[in-house]
Design a protein around this ligand. Structure first.
Ligand code: SF4
Ligand code: SF4
Length: 451
């Protein structure tokens, strides 16, 4: 029987680009590379206007805490360093603008691993992954080196998340068909680094051609298997994946490593492979470009820092019916308000959607309860939306707003057209910001008392 989780939705998957091979992207004339593309501290620019940089050169880093180094995705001259909106929508971050010289000059620091990477120590692997700026490419962008460190000695099982449950997105599907050796090679390295004894590759049953390819390639790896999952949204969420595969309900605030597992996305494994085997930093990413308002949907491997405008023009441009551009999937992605917004390490899709797909009329709750049935976290989304709308943080917290994974299933299913997840996201962000502020204040007071 196909494994799955409780709750969730069966939604049209719209995987229109499943047969579109990953294409090399035409070199952009200019890239704008943000210093904050990950969870943790933003990187600090290491170059200045007028400097010449090589492709793959380290151009930003922060060494005193959780962060990810940033590298040039093209060779050329630094035209400027600008402060622009950060990808989170909160605050600004520095962007290094590089004019491409189209020479493709690779930085001398990029060298293949000297020896057999499968004999490298966990510490060596962690350092190679850190130096290459690899972060989680399934959405959260958590620095991968820190995830490995947190799992060492705790995780017996490594799960490779190939669910790709968001509609439209096919980048992981294409990687499984075209580059299974890199997904599994990276996963083996991650197994070695974490000390995990078994690998499970989790794939939804709307990608049976990929199941066949991965099943064939995985035969050469001892202690590894493929798990086919029922196609259901949000199957790719870590908690739902854990329940489907291990039958474990993860308590709020806990990580998969706390229950003996660690989960990596398929494209993250590819990035780890190239970081360790080839010394290649993460400077490009596979992106699905789709939606009913783009002329030519396809999959591209795009240099980090390329503008959305450039990407859409390389897909034949947009149609007159264009209403909304989304970075990421339609359920959890972020609507874009600026065509200068760029492809980042974790960008999985750019969707150009027409007015036919949008209904921005906000209605009222009719107390049907459908959102409660759909919620994979077993919350009361209707209550959470109502408390959030009133700004009642106390009751929102009492009803576990912090456990919401912002999957958007409640909003999708709501016949009352209540923008439930938007309300929740706003108040959840405020509560988390207040908690962070309180923790910083408490830490400062403790430090002052100890002096
Ligand atoms: S689905 Fe919408 S209308 Fe139904 S209970 Fe939830 S919020 Fe109310
Ligand atoms: S309340 Fe949160 S976790 Fe539950 S369905 Fe809505 S967005 Fe998803």
């Amino acid at each position: 029987m196909l494994k799955t989780f409780k709750g969730g939705l069966h939604i049209p998957d719209n995987k229109n680009t499943r047969s579109c091979p990953i294409q090399a992207y035409p070199a952009p004339g200019k890239v704008a590379i943000p210093m904050q593309q990950h969870i943790g501290a933003p990187a600090v620019p290491l170059v200045k206007k007028g400097d010449y940089v090589k492709k793959g050169q380290l151009i930003g880093s922060f060494e005193n805490g959780l962060s990810c180094p940033i590298h040039a995705s093209v060779s050329g001259t630094v035209a400027d360093i600008e402060m622009r909106n950060s990808y989170t929508g909160y605050g600004k971050t520095a962007y290094i603008i590089i004019e491409n010289d189209f020479e493709d000059n690779l930085d001398e620091s990029i060298k293949p691993y000297d020896g057999n990477p499968m004999q490298a120590s966990p510490e060596q692997i962690v350092e190679l992954v850190r130096k290459a700026g690899v972060c989680g490419l399934g959405g959260a962008s958590f620095p991968t080196y820190a995830k490995i460190q947190s799992a060492i000695g705790k995780a017996d099982e490594i799960i490779i998340n190939c669910a790709e449950c968001e509609p439209y997105i096919t980048e992981n599907h294409r990687l499984m068909l075209e580059e299974p050796q890199y997904i599994l090679g990276g996963a083996e390295i991650l197994m070695r680094a974490t000390g995990a004894k078994h690998m499970t590759v989790a794939i939804e049953n709307n990608k049976m051609d990929a199941v066949a390819v991965i099943s064939e390639h995985i035969k050469s790896i001892k202690q590894a298997s493929v798990q086919v999952l029922k196609t259901k949204y949000p199957q790719g969420d870590e908690r739902q994946l854990m329940y489907a595969i291990k039958g474990v309900q993860m308590p709020a605030g806990k990580l998969p490593a706390d229950v003996g597992c660690v989960i990596f996305n398929a494209e993250t494994c590819v990035a780890v492979y190239h970081a360790v085997y080839n010394g290649m930093p993460l400077i490009s990413t596979v992106v699905t470009i789709d939606g009913d308002a783009v002329e030519k949907p396809q999959n591209f491997r795009i240099p980090v820092g390329t503008s959305i405008e450039d990407v859409l023009s390389n897909c034949g441009g947009t149609k007159d019916s264009l209403c909304k551009i989304v970075s990421g999937g339609p359920m959890m992605g972020t609507a874009q308000w600026d065509m200068n917004a760029v492809i980042m390490k974790n960008t999985s899709a750019i969707l150009a959607l027409s007015d036919k797909t949008q209904d921005n009329h906000e209605g009222n709750c009719i107390h049907c309860g459908r959102c409660i049935n759909a919620c994979p976290m077993h919350l009361m989304p209707n209550y959470l939306a109502a408390f959030s709308k009133l700004g009642d943080k106390e009751n929102a917290e009492y009803f576990n707003i912090l456990s919401c994974v912002e999957c958007g299933s409640c909003t999708y299913i709501c016949p009352g057209n209540v923008p439930i997840v938007q309300y929740i996201r706003t108040v959840k962000g405020q509560i988390l910001a207040e908690k962070k502020k309180a923790a910083e204040k408490a830490a400062k007071e403790k430090e002052a008392q100890s002096k």
